[in-house]
Design a protein around this ligand. Structure first.
Ligand SMILES: Cc1cc2nc3c(=O)[nH]c(=O)nc-3n(C[C@H](O)[C@H](O)[C@H](O)COP(=O)(O)OP(=O)(O)OC[C@H]3O[C@@H](n4cnc5c(N)ncnc54)[C@H](O)[C@@H]3O)c2cc1C
Ligand code: FES
Ligand code: FES
Length: 495
């Protein structure tokens, strides 16, 4: 296609790389270890769970002239062509010319933050990202930044201490700003104004357009292409299921799909916006929505994964769809030049089947601002609080007037083959006084809405009981606000 390049251009530390003839589904981790012989970055799980492969990606911050933005990602599930136009920083790049340790490495030594050391480079890179942002002292924020790094021998206390002891880059310092501007200028010069990437390799093709018009055109020409967003699902198809994907169409470089905008109070989220990008705006819609997003995977996963991917994958246990359905979110789908807007709940037809034609893609998600009197609650129930898959997720948008329920939307994940509304339960509540009696009727009605399955995560009986108890929790929180119903969970940390 016109105007598209075939070489992948990026900075590895401060060194320029222009790579041609690489299998497009080569992971960044394998490239680093096998091609660059930079073996500081480790492989633990190869599925985004352990953080041993954590690297930092730097990108030009288009909102502030001359600025860079940095994020941690799991190198094991990112493909090399997604590095185009970015700076890749690994633990090797922390080494000073005089051989002295970087402040975060020195802090790890001083606090005895490493034993076997396998997890250490990954932790160091997560700490380095904190350092790049100017340092952090708050325990909650440090926990959040490190929740995607697992350590099985040292224990987290010394590592958290190291985070505090590291200090931070002087982000307002003139020298640091000019260093970042220099990197931003080099990255801009490297990729120029071209139309993105088109790679043809014997093992597969890869397209990375830079506009949604071009994306639409490519998908019409290649309707069977695999759409790649953050790769937090797709990456595992390669590392765990050993699939060959051809062609891949990457949407992470499409500038107009990455926007998060508030219009008349509604939030419009481009399908390419990451969870981290959308977190602040979603937390402003409802505190529980922000907290739900904060608990998705880890910081590394949220820095790559998208809301669009969480919807498009059609999973019955994706965390955002039930919450967005309860809030009445709408989906914009596009094929070629034709767009259609549908209620999100209509997208999920049945297990494994969504209302998306070949060649069509999710362009954006519109989350309406809840009416002033509406209250929103969402709870994710999983075996572990952080980094775990949902057993049941209940989301509720309720409006009370004079002690009665004038409106309620209830949606669950983990209770059926798709994220789904509890319409019989809603009907048992709407128009009724919000009392113990209505609650009990509604609890029973849930059994008419769902026949949940038993799997390794939970039994059907457990799921039903949890769903009913979440309804009771909603009742208590909306009628007796003084009662303590949560150990944690209403704070919204944007990051
Ligand atoms: C360690 C780990 C922890 C996780 N934790 C959670 C969790 O707590 N909660 C949770 O819900 N999920 C979790 N996930 C799953 C995953 O992160 C999410 O489903 C994520 O939202 C997928 O988005 P993505 O951008 O990475 O999608 P990708 O992996 O790039 O794509 C996912 C699917 O969506 C399709 N797709 C992507 N974008 C579009 C589009 N715009 N139009 C049409 N199709 C599209 C792809 O073709 C693919 O089929 C976790 C995953 C990992 C690896
Ligand atoms: S190797 Fe475990 S997250 Fe990448
Ligand atoms: S030091 Fe051994 S896993 Fe962390």
């Amino acid at each position: 296609m016109t105007n598209m390049r075939s070489d992948i251009r990026f900075l590895l530390g401060n060194e320029e790389r222009r790579i041609e003839n690489i299998d497009p589904q080569t992971t960044v981790l394998n490239y680093l270890r096998l091609d660059e012989h930079k073996c500081g970055t480790k492989e633990g799980c190869a599925e985004g769970d352990c953080g041993a492969c954590t690297v930092v990606l730097g990108e030009v911050d288009e909102t502030v002239p001359g600025a860079m933005r940095y994020r941690t990602v799991n190198a094991c599930i990112q493909f090399v062509p997604t590095l185009d136009g970015k700076q890749l920083l690994t633990v090797e790049h922390l080494k000073s010319a005089d051989g002295s340790l970087h402040p975060v490495q020195q802090a790890m030594v001083d606090t005895h933050g490493s034993q076997c050391g396998f997890c250490t480079p990954g932790f160091v890179m997560s700490l380095y990202k904190i350092w790049l942002d100017g340092g952090e002292d708050d325990r909650g924020a440090i926990n959040d930044a490190l929740a995607g790094n697992l350590c099985r021998c040292t224990g987290y206390g010394p590592i958290i201490e190291a985070a505090r002891a590291s200090g931070g880059a002087g982000i307002n310092d003139v020298v640091e700003q000019s260093r970042r501007k220099d990197v931003a200028d080099r990255l801009k010069g490297l990729v120029g104004e071209g139309g993105g990437l088109e790679i043809t390799h014997p093992r597969g093709r890869y397209f990375a357009p830079r506009s949604s018009d071009k994306l639409a055109q490519i998908l019409v020409t290649h309707p069977d292409a695999i759409i790649l967003a953050g790769g937090t699902d797709v990456g595992l198809w390669v590392t765990k299921h050993l699939k060959r994907l051809d062609p891949i169409v990457y949407i992470g470089d499409v500038a107009d799909l990455k926007s998060v905008e508030v219009r008349d109070g509604d939030v419009h989220i481009g399908a390419g916006a990451t969870y981290s990008d959308a977190h602040g705006a979603l937390g402003d819609i409802a505190a529980d929505l922000g907290e739900l997003v904060r608990r998705i995977g880890s910081r590394q996963i949220r820095n790559a994964g998208t809301l669009g991917g969480n919807i498009a994958n059609g999973s019955p246990i994706g965390d955002t769809p039930p919450a967005l359905i309860a809030l009445g979110a709408r989906l914009v789908l596009r094929m070629g030049d034709v767009r259609r807007e549908i209620p999100l709940e209509d997208f999920f037809i049945t297990y494994g089947k969504q209302d998306r034609a070949k060649g069509e893609f999710v362009e954006k998600i519109i989350v309406p601002k809840p009416a002033g009197s509406s209250q929103f609650r969402a709870w994710k129930i999983s075996k572990r609080f952080d980094q775990d898959i949902t057993a049941v997720l209940g989301a509720f948008a309720i409006t009370l007037e004079n002690g009665a329920v004038s409106d309620i939307r209830i949606a669950f994940g983990g209770m059926a083959g798709t994220p789904m509304r509890a319409k019989k339960c809603e009907a048992a509540i709407i128009g009724q006084p919000w009392t113990d009696e209505t609650l009990n009727t509604a609890r029973l009605a849930l059994a008419d809405d769902f026949k949940p399955m038993t799997d390794m995560r939970a039994s059907g009986e457990y799921r039903m009981l949890v769903a009913q108890n979440l309804l009771t929790k909603l009742y208590i929180e909306t009628t007796q606000p003084g009662v303590a119903t949560r150990l944690v969970g209403k704070a919204v940390s944007h990051g």
